[in-house]
Ligand binder design. Sequence first.
Ligand code: UGA
Length: 431
Amino acid sequence: MKLAVIGTGYVGLVSGVCFSDIGNDVTCVDKMSQKIEMLQQGEVPIYEPELKELIKKNAEAGRLRFTTDLTSAVGNADIVILAVGTPSMPSGEANLSYIMEAAKEVALAMNGHKIIMTKSTVPVGTNEKIGSLIRGNTAYPVSVASVPEFLREGSAVRDTMNPDRIVIGSDCEDARQALAELHKTLTDNILFTDVRSAEMIKYASNAFLATKISFINEIANICEKVGADVTQVAVGMGHDNRIGSSFLKAGIGYGGSCFPKDTEALIQIAGHVDYEFKLLKSVVEVNRDQRFNVIRKLESILDTLNGKTIAIWGLAFKPETDDVRDAPAFEIITSLLQRGASVKAYDPIATSNFMQKLNSPRIEYCDSAEEAALRADALCVLTEWKEFQKISPATIQSWLKSPNLIDGRNMYKEEEVANTGLIYYSVGRPN
Ligand code: UGA
């Protein structure tokens, strides 16, 4: 099939590349000429395992190309995939201006019937507006479908190639058939819904996963007070098939470009129809507070943070990505600086993204985990990178000035830390 993908962010780029890899002819379009030039030269603007190799393979095979020319890309395509960003506005609502602008440009570029498949996360009712906008700007017929994306950063290629399910929300039979055909090599598990339900499935899924995380984080906070171990509690809960074991890892809360944005947006969506989503509001509040447990623990060990040097391992919102959007590290480091501490920070790949957003004479960005930890008064692990897991607690102890380790991601097992001389605080486990 011939596809045009509008937007080369995470979702657009990974989807486009994966669709080309399963044999489709794909043109990825973006307004940012610098990004397109990079991609044309085989450089990838984001860090994502496997992506670079797949781009090279499919570009060389002639199935994948990158352009700023939306008109010719749409002209050559049977299916147009909308994958532009829907960032949060200050109110928490999704900003739809980019997707509406893209839809209008697509309409003006149409030269025949097209199927429009929206992959961007958009509030309920948006695809209907996209359909009306396009119909108002072209005489050609159009079939609109909402096909939400469920890939995770860091495993985006794997998730796209092996989806748990594909949701196709459309009232147009031709779109249902063509999109089922497009996805059939990826999975047999294709669900057909109406457009509005597909839009809601995306928000509800992310909100539910965020709820699981805030739930287990609160259980962890209680475990700390009653002397139970949240990792064992999560295993015990997860063995119940109705609950499932995933997304029950306690820590410093969720970050990234999706959960914080989509939970806020769903609260707004509910608010617009006079419904207060009380549960989700609490999920967001619990998540906001959870990261400050790191500060509270540091203060309980060090008394005051003023004049202390705190080492930070991990700036990305999770491992295997250089994405720092809404990373808990921002608020934790800002809070340390406000309390008079100095910070030595290290991340395997996210440092340059992070330092573009947060700089201070009291933050030293280091080139290695060792450099950050050397002679610090405490070390805080904020992202569970494999590189950190390979460093033994005894080695950490030998690097630090004072042997304080705050493990915000429960990266170490209790027995690994025992007898090393480290004063060890994890999340929701007896210390
Ligand atoms: C999330 C969803 O998992 C994807 O299904 C969805 O497609 C994507 O949002 C999106 O809407 O685009 P992502 O944000 O890439 O994917 O990353 P996750 O692996 O879900 O992690 C999100 C955050 O939750 C991270 O900060 C992670 O550290 C945290 N987390 C995750 C926990 O604290 N505990 C867990 O058990 C799992």
